[in-house]
Design a protein around this ligand. Structure first.
Ligand SMILES: [Zn+2]
Length: 213
């Protein structure tokens, strides 16, 4: 077959099904999918069961934090629930992976807000697809914020590219009438680079040297 899929009969149907499932994973081509399927085949029943269970448990327990939309086993998430964090300073990011990168700098003692994407008209993602309304609600009602404290600063930590910039602009516009300082991460990050992949020192500088918008 031209797409490289196994000829029918080359594998048992159950193996074909497993390979097809692995092909759905990001970054996994057919050859890698076949390697993974053969790993499962050779694994002990306990190893295979542990993998299947880990997938099921993640699907059952991981959810979005009701306050910040970060991924967690419970809501509020450990960051929002931590009384040592400054609930008055909120760092707005595109995706949960960005929270992970920024937490690794150990530079930021505030809390987060995950937009769950960025505005991308070509893909049909407008402001209403993101969690901007929830952020505005947090700013206007301390009861909806971590620790129940009023927010005094919103730091925009969007990726420094066209979609990130236009998303930052729209968030800032939505908060223009609120009594909250709106800043953005310093332009230390090279244009087009992603927070997810930036090194710790660059991220730490970007937080420390943040600028008013
Ligand atoms: Zn949270």
């Amino acid at each position: 077959m031209s797409d490289g899929s196994p000829r029918s009969g080359a594998y048992p149907a159950s193996m074909v099904r497993l390979v097809e499932a692995f092909v759905q994973l990001p970054g996994i081509g057919r050859r890698s999918a076949e390697r993974l399927a053969f790993w499962v085949l050779k694994a002990s029943p306990e190893e295979a069961e542990a993998l299947a269970q880990a997938i099921q448990v993640v699907k059952r327990t991981v959810r979005h934090c009701d306050i910040c939309w970060n991924l967690a086993d419970a809501t509020p998430c450990p960051i929002c629930a931590d009384p040592r964090r400054d609930g008055g300073t909120v760092l707005v990011v595109e995706q949960p992976k960005d929270v992970l990168s920024l937490e690794q700098t150990a530079m930021f003692r505030g809390v987060f807000h995950v937009l769950m994407g960025r505005i991308d008209p070509l893909s049909g993602i407008g402001p209403e697809s993101l969690t901007i309304n929830d952020l505005v609600a947090r700013v206007r009602d301390p009861g909806k914020n971590a620790g129940g404290v009023p927010i005094h600063e919103v730091i925009l930590g969007l990726n420094p590219d066209m979609e990130g910039d236009s998303t930052a602009l729209i968030v800032a516009e939505r908060l223009a009438l609120d009594k909250v300082r709106v800043t953005r991460l310093a332009r230390g990050l090279p244009s087009g680079s992603q927070i997810e992949f930036a090194n710790r020192a660059a991220l730490a500088d970007a937080i420390a040297l943040r600028q008013d918008l």
